[in-house]
Design a protein around this ligand. Structure first.
Ligand SMILES: Cc1ncc(COP(=O)(O)O)c(C=O)c1O
Length: 376
Protein backbone atom coordinates (compact mmCIF):
# COMPACT_ATOMS: atom_id res chain seq x y z
CA UNK A 1 0.00 0.00 0.00
CA UNK A 2 1.47 3.41 -0.96
CA UNK A 3 2.37 5.57 2.01
CA UNK A 4 2.59 9.31 2.43
CA UNK A 5 6.06 10.84 2.45
CA UNK A 6 6.70 11.86 6.07
CA UNK A 7 8.52 14.96 7.23
CA UNK A 8 12.12 14.54 8.38
CA UNK A 9 13.72 16.37 11.30
CA UNK A 10 16.06 18.31 9.00
CA UNK A 11 13.19 19.86 7.03
CA UNK A 12 11.00 20.21 10.10
CA UNK A 13 13.66 22.34 11.79
CA UNK A 14 14.21 24.44 8.66
CA UNK A 15 10.48 25.00 8.24
CA UNK A 16 10.05 25.96 11.85
CA UNK A 17 12.94 28.42 11.87
CA UNK A 18 12.67 29.91 8.41
CA UNK A 19 10.52 32.86 9.52
CA UNK A 20 13.19 33.99 11.98
CA UNK A 21 15.63 36.63 10.83
CA UNK A 22 19.07 35.61 12.04
CA UNK A 23 21.85 38.19 11.90
CA UNK A 24 24.46 35.52 11.16
CA UNK A 25 24.61 32.00 9.77
CA UNK A 26 27.32 29.47 10.51
CA UNK A 27 25.96 26.47 8.67
CA UNK A 28 25.84 27.33 4.99
CA UNK A 29 26.72 24.60 2.51
CA UNK A 30 26.81 26.64 -0.71
CA UNK A 31 29.59 28.67 -2.27
CA UNK A 32 28.83 32.37 -2.66
CA UNK A 33 26.00 32.61 -5.20
CA UNK A 34 26.53 34.49 -8.46
CA UNK A 35 24.01 37.10 -9.54
CA UNK A 36 21.88 37.15 -12.67
CA UNK A 37 24.00 40.03 -13.98
CA UNK A 38 27.03 37.73 -14.04
CA UNK A 39 25.38 35.81 -16.88
CA UNK A 40 23.73 38.60 -18.86
CA UNK A 41 26.62 38.97 -21.30
CA UNK A 42 26.23 35.35 -22.36
CA UNK A 43 22.44 35.25 -22.49
CA UNK A 44 20.56 35.64 -25.76
CA UNK A 45 17.82 38.27 -25.35
CA UNK A 46 15.90 36.59 -28.16
CA UNK A 47 15.79 33.24 -26.40
CA UNK A 48 12.23 32.00 -26.57
CA UNK A 49 10.79 31.09 -23.20
CA UNK A 50 8.66 28.49 -24.88
CA UNK A 51 9.95 24.98 -24.39
CA UNK A 52 8.56 23.12 -27.42
CA UNK A 53 10.87 21.03 -29.60
CA UNK A 54 13.57 20.78 -26.95
CA UNK A 55 15.04 17.54 -25.71
CA UNK A 56 13.20 15.88 -22.85
CA UNK A 57 16.61 14.84 -21.53
CA UNK A 58 17.97 18.40 -21.32
CA UNK A 59 19.92 20.77 -23.57
CA UNK A 60 22.52 18.76 -25.51
CA UNK A 61 25.33 21.24 -24.75
CA UNK A 62 24.46 21.12 -21.06
CA UNK A 63 24.56 17.34 -21.05
CA UNK A 64 27.98 17.44 -22.71
CA UNK A 65 29.31 19.79 -20.03
CA UNK A 66 27.83 17.56 -17.31
CA UNK A 67 29.80 14.60 -18.67
CA UNK A 68 32.96 16.69 -18.99
CA UNK A 69 32.89 18.00 -15.41
CA UNK A 70 32.30 14.44 -14.16
CA UNK A 71 35.23 13.09 -16.18
CA UNK A 72 32.84 10.83 -18.09
CA UNK A 73 33.33 12.03 -21.67
CA UNK A 74 33.89 8.99 -23.86
CA UNK A 75 32.71 6.67 -21.06
CA UNK A 76 29.07 7.73 -20.93
CA UNK A 77 27.04 9.23 -23.76
CA UNK A 78 24.77 12.28 -23.72
CA UNK A 79 21.78 9.89 -23.71
CA UNK A 80 22.95 8.57 -20.35
CA UNK A 81 22.32 12.00 -18.83
CA UNK A 82 18.96 13.32 -17.68
CA UNK A 83 18.75 16.95 -16.59
CA UNK A 84 16.51 17.32 -13.54
CA UNK A 85 15.26 19.89 -11.06
CA UNK A 86 18.35 19.63 -8.86
CA UNK A 87 20.04 16.55 -7.49
CA UNK A 88 17.04 16.26 -5.18
CA UNK A 89 14.75 15.46 -8.10
CA UNK A 90 17.32 13.12 -9.63
CA UNK A 91 17.49 11.17 -6.36
CA UNK A 92 13.71 11.20 -6.10
CA UNK A 93 13.18 9.80 -9.59
CA UNK A 94 15.56 6.92 -8.90
CA UNK A 95 14.28 6.08 -5.42
CA UNK A 96 10.66 6.23 -6.51
CA UNK A 97 11.10 4.15 -9.66
CA UNK A 98 13.48 1.51 -8.32
CA UNK A 99 12.06 0.67 -4.92
CA UNK A 100 9.13 -1.67 -4.38
CA UNK A 101 7.65 -2.65 -0.99
CA UNK A 102 10.03 -5.01 0.80
CA UNK A 103 13.07 -4.08 -1.30
CA UNK A 104 16.29 -3.59 0.63
CA UNK A 105 17.77 -0.09 0.54
CA UNK A 106 21.16 0.45 2.17
CA UNK A 107 22.33 3.96 3.01
CA UNK A 108 24.88 5.62 5.30
CA UNK A 109 24.28 7.52 8.52
CA UNK A 110 25.00 10.32 9.08
CA UNK A 111 24.06 10.93 5.48
CA UNK A 112 21.53 12.64 3.27
CA UNK A 113 18.09 11.78 4.73
CA UNK A 114 16.22 11.84 1.41
CA UNK A 115 16.99 8.17 0.74
CA UNK A 116 15.57 6.90 4.03
CA UNK A 117 12.53 9.21 3.87
CA UNK A 118 11.56 8.08 0.38
CA UNK A 119 12.60 4.49 1.04
CA UNK A 120 10.22 4.31 3.98
CA UNK A 121 7.41 5.83 1.91
CA UNK A 122 8.01 3.11 -0.67
CA UNK A 123 7.86 0.59 2.17
CA UNK A 124 11.38 -0.54 1.45
CA UNK A 125 13.47 -2.22 4.10
CA UNK A 126 15.82 0.67 4.96
CA UNK A 127 19.18 -0.37 6.42
CA UNK A 128 21.57 2.30 7.71
CA UNK A 129 25.34 1.75 7.81
CA UNK A 130 26.74 3.87 10.64
CA UNK A 131 29.85 6.01 10.19
CA UNK A 132 31.86 6.56 13.41
CA UNK A 133 33.29 9.86 14.52
CA UNK A 134 36.19 7.95 16.16
CA UNK A 135 37.04 6.69 12.67
CA UNK A 136 36.90 10.24 11.24
CA UNK A 137 33.43 9.51 9.79
CA UNK A 138 34.90 7.10 7.22
CA UNK A 139 32.37 4.87 5.46
CA UNK A 140 33.11 1.45 6.97
CA UNK A 141 33.30 -0.85 3.96
CA UNK A 142 33.19 -3.97 6.13
CA UNK A 143 29.85 -2.83 7.54
CA UNK A 144 28.67 -1.92 4.06
CA UNK A 145 29.61 -5.41 2.87
CA UNK A 146 27.61 -7.00 5.70
CA UNK A 147 24.59 -4.79 5.04
CA UNK A 148 24.43 -5.31 1.26
CA UNK A 149 23.04 -8.81 1.26
CA UNK A 150 22.27 -10.65 -2.01
CA UNK A 151 19.21 -9.19 -3.67
CA UNK A 152 19.67 -5.71 -2.18
CA UNK A 153 17.97 -3.35 -4.61
CA UNK A 154 19.80 -0.08 -4.04
CA UNK A 155 22.78 1.35 -2.18
CA UNK A 156 22.55 5.12 -1.75
CA UNK A 157 25.65 7.09 -0.70
CA UNK A 158 26.77 10.71 -0.78
CA UNK A 159 30.35 11.43 -1.82
CA UNK A 160 31.54 13.83 -0.46
CA UNK A 161 29.32 12.99 2.48
CA UNK A 162 26.73 15.45 3.79
CA UNK A 163 27.12 16.38 6.69
CA UNK A 164 30.68 15.26 7.54
CA UNK A 165 32.59 16.22 4.38
CA UNK A 166 34.25 12.81 4.45
CA UNK A 167 35.33 11.48 1.05
CA UNK A 168 35.52 8.03 -0.46
CA UNK A 169 38.54 7.86 -2.73
CA UNK A 170 38.79 5.88 -5.97
CA UNK A 171 39.77 2.62 -4.28
CA UNK A 172 36.96 2.84 -1.72
CA UNK A 173 34.50 3.52 -4.53
CA UNK A 174 35.76 0.53 -6.50
CA UNK A 175 35.24 -1.59 -3.41
CA UNK A 176 31.72 -0.23 -2.98
CA UNK A 177 31.06 -1.13 -6.62
CA UNK A 178 32.31 -4.69 -5.97
CA UNK A 179 29.98 -4.96 -2.98
CA UNK A 180 26.99 -3.71 -4.99
CA UNK A 181 27.81 -5.88 -7.98
CA UNK A 182 28.12 -9.02 -5.86
CA UNK A 183 24.62 -8.39 -4.52
CA UNK A 184 23.14 -7.36 -7.89
CA UNK A 185 22.35 -3.94 -6.43
CA UNK A 186 22.19 -0.52 -8.04
CA UNK A 187 24.65 1.96 -6.54
CA UNK A 188 23.65 5.62 -6.45
CA UNK A 189 26.36 8.08 -5.44
CA UNK A 190 25.11 11.62 -4.90
CA UNK A 191 28.07 13.89 -5.66
CA UNK A 192 26.34 17.21 -5.18
CA UNK A 193 29.34 18.47 -3.13
CA UNK A 194 31.95 17.51 -5.74
CA UNK A 195 34.39 20.16 -6.89
CA UNK A 196 35.43 21.36 -3.44
CA UNK A 197 37.93 18.66 -2.42
CA UNK A 198 40.62 19.83 0.03
CA UNK A 199 42.92 16.85 0.46
CA UNK A 200 43.03 15.03 -2.84
CA UNK A 201 41.52 14.80 -6.30
CA UNK A 202 37.82 14.68 -7.03
CA UNK A 203 36.59 11.09 -6.72
CA UNK A 204 35.57 9.28 -9.91
CA UNK A 205 31.87 9.27 -10.77
CA UNK A 206 30.22 5.92 -10.21
CA UNK A 207 28.38 5.99 -13.55
CA UNK A 208 31.78 5.38 -15.14
CA UNK A 209 32.73 2.57 -12.80
CA UNK A 210 29.66 0.38 -12.84
CA UNK A 211 26.93 -0.39 -15.36
CA UNK A 212 24.38 -0.11 -12.55
CA UNK A 213 26.07 2.95 -11.07
CA UNK A 214 23.99 6.13 -10.90
CA UNK A 215 25.64 9.51 -10.42
CA UNK A 216 23.54 12.44 -9.27
CA UNK A 217 24.72 16.03 -8.97
CA UNK A 218 23.85 19.65 -9.63
CA UNK A 219 25.09 23.21 -9.96
CA UNK A 220 23.77 24.00 -6.46
CA UNK A 221 26.74 23.67 -4.14
CA UNK A 222 30.24 24.37 -5.48
CA UNK A 223 28.80 26.90 -7.94
CA UNK A 224 26.21 28.32 -5.52
CA UNK A 225 23.44 28.06 -8.14
CA UNK A 226 20.85 26.26 -6.02
CA UNK A 227 18.04 28.58 -7.09
CA UNK A 228 18.36 27.46 -10.71
CA UNK A 229 17.03 24.05 -9.67
CA UNK A 230 19.23 22.34 -12.21
CA UNK A 231 20.86 19.00 -11.62
CA UNK A 232 21.22 15.62 -13.29
CA UNK A 233 21.47 11.92 -13.13
CA UNK A 234 23.90 9.86 -15.17
CA UNK A 235 23.57 6.12 -15.73
CA UNK A 236 24.63 3.79 -18.54
CA UNK A 237 21.50 1.68 -18.19
CA UNK A 238 18.95 3.06 -20.70
CA UNK A 239 15.97 1.58 -18.86
CA UNK A 240 16.92 3.35 -15.61
CA UNK A 241 17.14 6.69 -17.44
CA UNK A 242 13.88 6.00 -19.28
CA UNK A 243 12.07 5.12 -16.05
CA UNK A 244 13.29 8.38 -14.52
CA UNK A 245 12.17 10.29 -17.62
CA UNK A 246 8.70 8.75 -17.41
CA UNK A 247 8.28 9.74 -13.77
CA UNK A 248 9.64 13.23 -14.46
CA UNK A 249 7.00 13.61 -17.21
CA UNK A 250 4.46 13.10 -14.45
CA UNK A 251 6.05 15.44 -11.91
CA UNK A 252 7.83 18.55 -13.24
CA UNK A 253 7.18 17.31 -16.81
CA UNK A 254 9.91 19.29 -18.57
CA UNK A 255 12.90 21.39 -17.63
CA UNK A 256 12.97 24.99 -16.52
CA UNK A 257 14.46 26.73 -19.57
CA UNK A 258 16.27 29.46 -17.60
CA UNK A 259 17.82 26.84 -15.34
CA UNK A 260 19.09 24.86 -18.30
CA UNK A 261 20.40 27.87 -20.19
CA UNK A 262 22.22 29.46 -17.24
CA UNK A 263 23.61 26.10 -16.06
CA UNK A 264 24.95 25.50 -19.58
CA UNK A 265 26.81 28.81 -19.41
CA UNK A 266 28.04 28.14 -15.86
CA UNK A 267 29.44 24.74 -16.82
CA UNK A 268 31.36 25.89 -19.90
CA UNK A 269 34.82 24.55 -19.09
CA UNK A 270 36.73 27.85 -18.85
CA UNK A 271 34.02 29.55 -16.87
CA UNK A 272 33.66 26.52 -14.58
CA UNK A 273 37.39 26.40 -13.90
CA UNK A 274 37.48 30.03 -12.85
CA UNK A 275 34.29 29.78 -10.72
CA UNK A 276 35.70 26.72 -8.96
CA UNK A 277 39.04 28.43 -8.35
CA UNK A 278 37.24 31.33 -6.66
CA UNK A 279 34.96 29.02 -4.67
CA UNK A 280 37.93 26.92 -3.57
CA UNK A 281 39.92 29.92 -2.40
CA UNK A 282 36.95 31.21 -0.39
CA UNK A 283 36.18 27.76 0.97
CA UNK A 284 39.78 27.14 2.07
CA UNK A 285 39.91 30.48 3.85
CA UNK A 286 36.56 29.89 5.54
CA UNK A 287 37.47 26.41 6.70
CA UNK A 288 40.84 27.57 8.05
CA UNK A 289 38.98 30.18 10.07
CA UNK A 290 36.40 27.65 11.27
CA UNK A 291 39.08 25.13 12.19
CA UNK A 292 40.96 27.72 14.22
CA UNK A 293 37.71 28.67 15.92
CA UNK A 294 36.85 25.10 16.88
CA UNK A 295 40.37 24.49 18.21
CA UNK A 296 40.23 27.66 20.29
CA UNK A 297 36.77 26.96 21.74
CA UNK A 298 36.78 24.88 24.91
CA UNK A 299 34.58 21.80 24.72
CA UNK A 300 34.04 21.97 20.94
CA UNK A 301 35.67 19.39 18.67
CA UNK A 302 35.26 18.47 15.02
CA UNK A 303 36.69 16.39 12.23
CA UNK A 304 37.70 18.94 9.62
CA UNK A 305 35.83 18.15 6.35
CA UNK A 306 37.91 16.65 3.54
CA UNK A 307 35.57 18.26 1.01
CA UNK A 308 32.72 20.74 0.87
CA UNK A 309 31.87 23.62 3.16
CA UNK A 310 30.18 21.83 6.07
CA UNK A 311 31.23 19.56 8.92
CA UNK A 312 29.92 18.22 12.22
CA UNK A 313 31.10 19.55 15.56
CA UNK A 314 30.64 17.74 18.87
CA UNK A 315 29.29 19.88 21.70
CA UNK A 316 30.60 19.82 25.27
CA UNK A 317 29.29 16.81 27.21
CA UNK A 318 25.74 17.15 28.41
CA UNK A 319 24.73 19.87 25.95
CA UNK A 320 21.90 18.95 23.59
CA UNK A 321 22.39 20.14 20.01
CA UNK A 322 18.82 21.20 19.41
CA UNK A 323 18.52 23.06 22.72
CA UNK A 324 21.75 24.82 21.81
CA UNK A 325 20.70 25.62 18.22
CA UNK A 326 17.41 27.12 19.43
CA UNK A 327 19.14 29.19 22.11
CA UNK A 328 21.65 30.44 19.55
CA UNK A 329 18.87 31.45 17.16
CA UNK A 330 16.99 33.40 19.83
CA UNK A 331 17.97 36.91 20.99
CA UNK A 332 20.53 38.09 21.86
CA UNK A 333 22.60 35.74 19.63
CA UNK A 334 20.34 35.49 16.57
CA UNK A 335 22.62 33.05 14.78
CA UNK A 336 21.45 30.09 12.72
CA UNK A 337 22.92 26.62 12.48
CA UNK A 338 21.47 23.15 12.05
CA UNK A 339 21.34 20.86 15.07
CA UNK A 340 22.84 17.39 14.69
CA UNK A 341 19.37 16.00 15.41
CA UNK A 342 18.74 16.62 11.70
CA UNK A 343 21.11 13.68 11.23
CA UNK A 344 20.10 11.68 14.33
CA UNK A 345 23.11 13.01 16.26
CA UNK A 346 21.76 14.84 19.32
CA UNK A 347 25.12 16.04 20.65
CA UNK A 348 26.40 17.63 17.45
CA UNK A 349 25.86 20.80 15.46
CA UNK A 350 26.47 21.32 11.75
CA UNK A 351 28.99 24.04 11.04
CA UNK A 352 29.46 25.58 7.61
CA UNK A 353 31.39 28.39 6.00
CA UNK A 354 29.50 28.91 2.73
CA UNK A 355 27.24 31.71 1.63
CA UNK A 356 29.75 34.55 1.32
CA UNK A 357 29.82 37.84 3.19
CA UNK A 358 26.04 37.94 3.76
CA UNK A 359 26.28 35.17 6.34
CA UNK A 360 28.39 37.34 8.72
CA UNK A 361 30.47 34.31 9.62
CA UNK A 362 32.78 36.05 12.10
CA UNK A 363 29.85 37.64 13.93
CA UNK A 364 28.17 34.23 14.04
CA UNK A 365 31.28 32.57 15.45
CA UNK A 366 31.64 35.23 18.14
CA UNK A 367 28.02 34.67 19.13
CA UNK A 368 28.37 30.92 19.01
CA UNK A 369 31.30 31.17 21.43
CA UNK A 370 29.34 33.51 23.72
CA UNK A 371 26.26 31.26 23.72
CA UNK A 372 28.39 28.22 24.44
CA UNK A 373 30.04 29.99 27.35
CA UNK A 374 26.64 30.95 28.75
CA UNK A 375 25.29 27.43 28.49
CA UNK A 376 28.22 25.49 29.95
C1 LIG B 1 23.61 15.35 -0.39
C2 LIG B 1 22.62 16.25 -1.02
N1 LIG B 1 21.95 15.84 -2.11
C3 LIG B 1 21.06 16.62 -2.73
C4 LIG B 1 20.79 17.89 -2.26
C5 LIG B 1 19.81 18.72 -3.03
O1 LIG B 1 20.54 19.51 -3.91
P1 LIG B 1 19.89 20.20 -5.20
O2 LIG B 1 19.83 21.66 -4.90
O3 LIG B 1 20.84 19.89 -6.28
O4 LIG B 1 18.57 19.60 -5.42
C6 LIG B 1 21.45 18.38 -1.14
C7 LIG B 1 21.13 19.73 -0.64
O5 LIG B 1 21.40 20.11 0.46
C8 LIG B 1 22.39 17.54 -0.50
O6 LIG B 1 23.05 17.96 0.57
Amino acid sequence: MPMKVQIHKLFDYLLETTAQTPEAIVGFSLSTSPQLGDFLGDLDPNLSLDWNQRSFRGLPALRDHILTQAGLTGICSADDVLVTAGAAEANYLVLRQLLQPGDRLVTDTPGWPQAAVLGRAQQADVVAVPRDEADDWRLPLDRLRDAVTPGTKLVFLTNPNNPTGRMMDASALVEAVDIARAAGAWLLVDEVYAGLEWEGPRAPSVAGLYERGITTGSVSKALGLQGLRTGWLICRDPSLVMDALILRENSSEIMNIMGEVIAEIALRPTRLASALATARAEGQAGLARMDAFVRATPGLTWIRPQAGLIGLAHLPDGLDGEVFARALLAPPYRTFLLPGAAYDLPHHIRLGVGGGADTQLQLGLDRLAACLKDMT
